[in-house]
Design a protein around this ligand. Sequence first.
Ligand SMILES: Cc1ncc(C[n+]2csc(CCOP(=O)(O)OP(=O)(O)O)c2C)c(N)n1
Ligand SMILES: [Mg+2]
Length: 362
Amino acid sequence: MPRTPIHEATTLRLEILDKDGHADEALMPDLSADQLQELYRSMVRMRKFDEKALNLQRQGRIGTYGSTRGQEAAQAGLAMAMEPQDWAIPSFREQGLMMARGIPPHLIYAFWKGDERGSLFPEGTRCLPTAIPVASQLLHAVGIGLALKLRDEKAAAVGFAGDGASSEGDFHEALNFAGVFKTRTVFFIQNNGWAISVPFRRQTAAASIAQRAPGYGIEGLQVDGNDVLAVYAASKEALERARRGDGPTLLEAVTYRMESHTTADDATRYRPKEETAHWLERDPVDRMRKFLSRKKLWNDKKEQALMEACAAEVEAEVAALDAMPAPDPTDIMSHMFQEMPWNLREQRDALVQELQGREVRR
Ligand SMILES: Cc1ncc(C[n+]2csc(CCOP(=O)(O)OP(=O)(O)O)c2C)c(N)n1
Ligand SMILES: [Mg+2]
């Protein structure tokens, strides 16, 4: 007997804007001139806050920081497609998405300063706090997506992870469960080429992350993650599918981590200069500005006004960070368990004793 195909599994990729900002008009998503400009403004705002975070870290005013530079289109495109009722379950490189979801940037800075109050978001934001354990976000997104299904809420849970996370057991368990139970989940994987110093080719022998989707019986799509229009279009489709209850989607946004892994890393030690230069030409922010200029939706005057507005907002947020009263040092032990176990209680009490009589420095 000859071998016969039992299914067809093709992995598709979506691109709308090329690297010089020319759009494929036939694929243009339905966005107004205002929304197109808003996407650009949102990306620039993310970049300016990110640059400031790196400066604050170098000044010793916040702790280790992982930059989002280069991933602005992935996060702005998705954010615009998300509705207020959707949930975000971020990892540690979603500062842009968080800002676009309405989280005040000084709270994000506070988190990276080691201040637990930085995870206390305004009521109704529907965003979980930053979580560092790689790939855990996807399991949480499946749990929330299942709850949304059981309550029949027309909302989606978006779980974030990177290319490195796709090698974790959690990734596979999450996708498998989501497929079987049709949870209202979107898996948003930013494949930025690197997991600290491990390149994508060492992460998997597969050609893409998106191609895993058919193995779990779910939809999958690769999208040019530096093309904000393509990310918006792909995210909108995936979110609508999840909200309707028609099943989860694995979205792979192919992008690039322009900075080192975090401020504790030096990418020049393992990353070829030519590779970074290649991606610099594909910068998501420049690409969108070229597109808008060509459409006569952007000019130098608007650019100048945007830069000034961002600079003023950054300064105001840093002032808000500095104005936060010193945290209670025992906060570092307060939020892990519903009821504090005896060994943590002992440590907390020892800390309190140690600090008694001393002035607590901010
Ligand atoms: C379970 C777990 N293992 C290891 C780490 C240490 N670690 C932090 S980030 C990272 C690499 C993650 O790479 P990727 O998923 O590609 O995300 P990116 O940093 O590129 O955004 C590792 C190994 C961790 N935080 N959690
Ligand atoms: Mg990565």
